[in-house]
Design a protein. Structure first.
Length: 118
C-alpha cells in the first residue's frame, strides 16, 4: 500500500510565496518515489486540503500523514486543521504531525542561519 503525505500550508494571494513549498515537494518526490505526496493549502490557493485528501483516497491510499508547513502551533493547526480532517473520508486513516517548525533540527537550522553559523 502506498504511503500518502500531504504537505499543508496556509496559502497566499502571491503565487511566488509557495516556491519553497514546491521545492520541498520536489525533493520529497525524488527521495520517496513510492509515496503519493501532495501540497495543499488552508485558503486562497489550490488544491485545498479536502481536495488533496480526496485525490489520494481515489488513488487507493488508505493512510495519509499531514505535515503542517508551519513554524508552530497556532489556531490554524489547533482548530482549522482538525476540523478539515474530521470531514475526510472515514475509510482513510489520517494523522496530523507536529508543525515542521517544532522540530529541533529546524529550530537549529534557523538559529544557525540567523547567527551565520551555518
Amino acid at each position: 500500500m502506498k504511503e500518502g503525505i500531504v504537505l499543508f500550508a496556509r496559502g497566499s494571494r502571491d503565487r511566488g510565496w509557495a516556491a519553497p513549498f514546491r521545492k520541498i515537494l520536489k525533493r520529497l518526490h525524488e527521495d520517496l518515489p513510492e509515496a503519493e505526496i501532495r501540497l495543499a493549502y488552508l485558503e486562497i490557493m489550490k488544491p485545498s486540503l479536502g481536495e488533496a485528501l480526496r485525490e489520494l483516497a481515489t488513488k487507493g491510499v488508505k493512510s495519509i500523514r499531514i505535515v503542517p508547513l508551519f513554524l508552530g502551533y497556532g489556531g490554524h493547526i489547533k482548530k482549522d486543521l482538525p476540523a478539515l480532517v474530521a470531514a475526510a473520508d472515514p475509510q482513510v486513516k489520517v494523522t496530523i504531525e507536529a508543525p515542521v517548525g517544532e522540530a529541533p533540527q529546524v529550530i537549529e537550522a534557523i538559529a544557525a542561519l540567523i547567527g551565520r553559523r551555518a
